[in-house]
Design a protein. Structure first.
Length: 175
């Protein structure tokens, strides 16, 4: 004898369980998509902000670089102008000394025509040689001092510019 077992009906129909599972998966997918979208938007905003900062820094660096180039040219023009003026002044000084030297030589030569004795010739020659030597030493000293002054004046703007640039470069390192 075969007995028939009684099949009990489930408490919930299978369709409703599937429907609940489907809704749970859809809710989970929707929530995951929303979280992923929010994270993507945050990441994109942060990347965009960093890119804007980098672009701004690059633009500022470019502006500083072009400004530095213009400043360098201005400084070189100023230094060159000072150097040319100084060389011009040195040239005038040398020409003035040359002219005075020629005039002194003519005067000395004329003085030789009035000499009557060998002693007068030796005394005149000694005096002229001493005057010429003293004049040469004096003029050499003057030209040396002028040359040093010209070099310092011409190099001054360059040195000041280099010092300012070095300070500007070291400032971020100190911070």
């Amino acid at each position: 004898m075969v007995t028939k077992a009684k099949i009990e009906k489930p408490a919930q129909p299978l369709e409703s369980v599937v429907e609940v599972g489907k809704q749970t998966v859809e809710s989970l997918m929707k929530t995951s998509a929303e979280v992923a979208t929010k994270n993507y938007e945050k990441t994109f905003a942060a990347a965009q902000e960093q890119l804007e900062k980098a672009a701004s820094a690059a633009a500022q660096g470019y502006e500083e670089f072009t400004s530095l180039g213009k400043d360098n040219i201005d400084i070189m023009v100023k230094a060159s102008t000072l150097l040319v003026k100084g060389i011009e002044d040195l040239g005038k000084e040398v020409a003035t000394y040359g002219q005075a030297s020629v005039e002194r030589s003519v005067t000395n030569f004329q003085a030789m025509f009035g000499i009557k004795t060998l002693r007068e010739l030796i005394d005149l020659q000694t005096e002229q040689t001493k005057e010429t030597f003293d004049s040469l030493i004096e003029e050499s000293t003057k030209i040396g001092e002028m040359s040093a002054k010209v070099a310092n004046e011409a190099f001054g703007p360059i040195q000041a510019h280099v010092n300012a640039a070095v300070e500007k470069m070291l400032k971020p390192l100190a911070a």
